[in-house]
Design a protein around this ligand. Sequence first.
Ligand SMILES: *Cc1c(COP(=O)(O)O)cnc(C)c1O
Length: 225
Amino acid sequence: MDVKGNLATIEANIKAAAERSNRDAHRVNVVAVTKYVSVYRTKEALDAGINHFGESRVDGLLEKVEALGSYPKWHFIGTLQSRKVKEVLPYVDYIHSLDRRSLAKEIQKRAKREIKCFVQVNVSGEESKHGLSPDETIPFIQSLTDYPLIKVVGLMAMAPNTEDTNKIRSVFQRLRELGDSVKKLSVEHAPCTELSMGMSNDYEIAVEEGATFVRIGSSLVGNEK
Ligand SMILES: *Cc1c(COP(=O)(O)O)cnc(C)c1O
């Protein structure tokens, strides 16, 4: 399928999911995850009208930025090594994987402007997943007051690897509740109005549960590589 066709399907599904949960579908941003595909395919996505792009590796991000320029919004969604921070900072609009103090410290040190960050939470507790435990999340966010260039716009999580949609849903619900608790702190550096959750197989559930950024690779641009 061409990206345009896939996007139309996904947008219709998002609209339906938003209606089921009385949400405004316009609050949901589609981030095209291009880590599996070529520059050519990524350009097709830009031409289809997508303006948020996500990459999980530094090399992939730099390659796509070089080809597409800085007009679209760039999201870094993968694990970020501290020593790579300076390479990505000039290009990224959002980092979805803030999960430790040393990374926050490096971002603060290298950034030349405010960086929008999602704090990654390992809600399901699976060992293979990165992120803070739910219990660590609020103390971590409170500790970021000394890092004025980090704006915690929201929380990010990945659903567990399971077919059990109830389990997936409960992870997204937990993230939303945690995000609401952060919002209630009313701290300036952490408005926490956004939720980055939902991928190709579970974005509809994520939208029903409050996602404002869904990160979609395979079912939008494919996984040709
Ligand atoms: C690869 C990836 C995605 C997209 O995965 P799909 O299942 O192909 O949609 C989303 N988020 C993160 C963090 C990823 O690494």
